[in-house]
Design a protein around this ligand. Sequence first.
Ligand SMILES: [Zn+2]
Length: 147
Amino acid sequence: MNVDDIVAERIEQARRRMAADRWRRAELAAARERGLQARHAAKLKRPEERAATPWPSLYEYALAHRCPACRAPIGTPCTAPRKQAAAARRNGLRCELGLAPCDTRNEEMHAARHDIGRRHYRRDVGNAPWPEGRIPGQRYDSLDGAA
Ligand SMILES: [Zn+2]
């Protein structure tokens, strides 16, 4: 076996390795494409996303009411030191681990206020037209005149 044979063998090994890599990448790309198509089809099945009606978040609904637990006025977050401390502890740990902090606004709010906001949201959804009859982009919430 001379040097030319060894070089030819190495070139052949490299060619086979490149072909295997190309085939693996093509398999992964095909699987990714199938997943994206399935996700897109599932999204189109949900009528609320098809209608693209912008509903405020449940946090905004809850914030539009006075808190029955801590009596925080409309538009201001709850005064809940233990909830806030727990959220700060968790975000401090995430910060130490190099992770981005979580949005903890919801967990710093009292459950009773969440319940009021959720009832308000359900009332608005009940009063709005069926998803098929909604005009995309139009708001059907009543947060501006909420009390
Ligand atoms: Zn509160």
